[in-house]
Ligand binder design. Sequence first.
Ligand code: BGC
Length: 727
Amino acid sequence: MVPKPLFAVLTVLSLLAIASAVVAAQTPAWMNPSLTPDARADLVLAQMTKAEKLRLVVGTSQRPQGDAFGPAGFVPGVARLGIPALRESNAELGVAVAQRGDAVRKDDEATALPSGLAPAASWNPSIAYANGAMIGQEARRMGFNVLLAGAVNLARDPRAGRNFEYAGEDPLLAGMMVGASIRGIQDQHVISTLKHFALNDQETNRTVLDAQIDPAALRESDLLAFEIAIEQGRPGAVMCAYNMIDRVHACEDGELLDRVLRREWGFRGWVMSDWGAVHSTVTAARAGLDQESGSDWDSRAFFGKPLGVAFAEGALPRKRLDEMAHRILRTMFAKGVIDHPPAVAPLDVDRDARVAQRAEEEGIVLLRNRNDLLPLSSQVRSIAVIGGHADIGVLSGGGSSQVVPLGGPALRIEYRNAHSATPSAMVFDPSSPLRAIAAQAPAAHIAFVAGDDRDAAARAADVAIVFATQWEMEGRDSATLSLPGDQDRLIAAVAAANPRTVVVLETGDPVTMPWRNRVGAILEAWYPGARGGPAIANILFGAVDPSGRLPQTFPASADQLPRPEIPGRHIPWNTTFTVDYSEGASVGYKWFDARHLTPLYPFGFGLSYTHFRYGDLRLAGGKTITATFTVTNEGKRSGADVPQLYATIPGAKGNATRLVGWSKVALAPGESRRIRIAVDPRLLAQLDDRHQHWDIKPGAYRLDLGASSLDLRLAATALVAAQTMPP
Ligand code: BGC
């Protein structure tokens, strides 16, 4: 006889078992998270109709019916099978809800991060990761499950209009930083792209330009940045670019999308097009394009119906459609967007603002500090703050990455770009440097001057701080390296009136500085983001030691560049033309090094308020090089340094000097640390494109340890063995 209480328990248990069996019968097998993403995708696919598969491979930028948001991209799901729609937002620098000329909506506001060159200048992947995690969390709360983020095009030209979204000119640095930010995004169960694959390295005529480059050099430069970012970030999707490469549209380039990306790098996600970058149905699908995004931007729809016809007529094998849909579905399962759907909720604005502030504080680069003008004392009696709308906010970059800042823009100036469908405006984020400076020097008399009386104000003050701005945007490159308008003249005049002049640059790219030797201090603050004001003030007054280092060479003049003019500037819009990347993999500092050119400021450069010494560099050779060395903070303040290792590749025809490693080291006064860096062997290799492998030539390799690509302080050599590696 079963005792009564036990009987009752058993009854409840058996009822529960029956109930869960009923639920299991209703829960489709693909919702079982213990199955692999591939198995789950196959189970869904088996239930899908051809029409449903065809819908999954086409996106639109049109607002879906009844949808209050305006995602940049939308792909309907398969509701009857529990597959959600893909709701895509741009998000390199924060969640950037697409603006459609409507009044700015409160719900579109998000935390604006500093521009991409700031986290890149931090040389600290954990900053990039935190940025990504913050973006991913905000995206979930705003209802997005795919972020068009992870922009890693190399800065081949310091006038290119989107460099501010990217991570500089070096493939290792850019790949590591962008990969870390993608990891941060996807750890929140949001899919991230990696874009724009590949060679969309300038904006002028970007949709029709034909980029010519030696294939091996491409692998050692732009593609290496993508390869490293894929390894580090495992993005769910890769976005193919607008331009052509060697006369083939990037979204039709089988070499790139199939051979390199899939077969050599083992990419398992899906390839989506950039908006308006598709030009064919069969050719693109054969080459490896899995999804036509923003199909309403293309000259006509190429996927969807025309794709259905191509399958029906046998122009494409039927299994290709399954493959396309499988890649999308498996990624949705693998990255967790189905098991952990976004849940709309208010943003955690304080926490997120701290992320933005830290990224800016670690990304600001101190370029000059004559007679230790900085840090300023909080006892300073009077400060003239001049220009750049520093009373109300900080500048941001324009185009699809433009975040609608929390609290709305401090200033918004509409801009009509005749050559781009993307609406643009010059937006100042509402974080006032003036207020933040005043908070650090409460007893000081602080005047803000924007008008003609600037020299007089500078003369009357203990210190003059000039804010100079250079606005850049998607779809347009800068014509020159100069600060726009009369800012060079203004800075020179202020410096003549007061030698204690500090220049704070808010620029999207390197600029020339004809006044450089006449001012006391220069800070490169990039586009500073949601807490730009306090971050700049913390550096100015020394609450934070400047530890940013340049991720891009600052040229002394345009004559030093491989192309003194931006290509295509004088060619009628939408006329195909060639950009000859004859510098190959010698991008940025590598070009300057090979040509013995002295830049204005070299790659990797940045000052601190303390001093660091490097010692005892030792190398171990073999299959790669492992370096150990000591960094010591010799000054009286805490600070962080970025010791950098550069290799010289014996016998290399181009791309001979390469950044092969670095470490971001925070040290208290007098503290030392031993650092160990194992070099990725690919960075010692040359790509043998004919034989399709990385090739390390045996010999003595020299490694320099330095504080920039020019300030090389210690050197040693190591013997490296011959080696070939699969690409
Ligand atoms: C840009 C992409 C962006 C897309 C969607 C394109 O014009 O090149 O970076 O993700 O638009 O807004």
